[in-house]
Write a new protein. Sequence first.
Length: 386
Amino acid sequence: MTKTLAPSPSLSPEQLLFHTPLGDAVYFAQEAMIVCFGGRRGVVSSSNLNGGYRADLRYAFNHSVGRDPNILQKRCPGLKGANIIEHYAAIATELGLDPACTTGMGTAALIENHARAERSYHGVTVQAVATAGIDVNGGRAGDKASYDEFERRSLLLPPGTINIFLFINARLDAGALTRAMITATEAKTAALQELMAPSRYSEGLATGSGTDSLIAVCNEESETVLYGAGKHVLLGEMIGQSVKEAVTRALELQSGMNAQRQSSFLQQGLRYGLGTEALLAHYRAEHPEARQSEEARREALERLAADGHLSAQIASLLHLVDQWRWGLISWASLVALAQLGLVYIARRYQLGAYIGTLGQTEEQRHELLLTELRQLLVRILYKQLN
């Protein structure tokens, strides 16, 4: 039997959300998910508050500011201290937790939109618990930074964070538990890849948000000792599957991001200027004389996006652009295949013979293809509305 540590006095049975596979109680209080460890735990945390590997922690939290009036009005609420460490220490204190034995993370996603997923084999259970938002703050590793910490300017982080608790009811050494964090991070990115989630800072696909956090917890009192957490071992498979499932479900709960929504060219084309707002702006520029209401234009664009063949064709063209940008196919191959795709779209919507200009320039710029595609979509939209 493990020795149970008393939860914070500020928590009550009515606030209990669930128990982890390790037997730890998880509560919802003051816009936070609070984990009260029921025994000795090994913890690796990306938090500034007691981050890194620790074996002396009693609490962990995921605190939401999703309902903070400042956040809702896009104002920077400021830190609750001189730096981010003092900020999280202050939050811990507000939650009734001792900052000296607590680690935590923050998010603008709502705690009630969290998702849980588990995998169990040979008496070992892995549980991933995620809150997730990526629509506003999605980014690709290597994107241009938006903040220079050396300048010490205040920064209002855009809402959008993927926070993950990873619970493993086995004993792992510090290195293996850290390796579990790497596998979990890869699984998060795999979930975003399968949803074609766009970066909001470049033309790339998102690999996460700019503020993601992860806290991995193992049971120091378990008789089962595991030394591997990479993709080749069963524990790594369990981590990958549970994290990917939890992140995928949390994204849908928080913002409606799912496979059905992401199949639309309006979503997949966002990073290339083919989203709703960009296309409507081009329509207004091309047809200033048009008298349709904005609502009618949006509805017509949504009907176009519901055409699965059109979205699939545009998705294939954008993937070719990706391949060219990554240096995997030649400009000549991109032009030849793109011409076929654009001709198909023109024929599908009976726009007459399509004569493109991609082959008439030596400039190897994918913006040329995107301009042709954008103009074609505006022509289709005009036909639909007139």
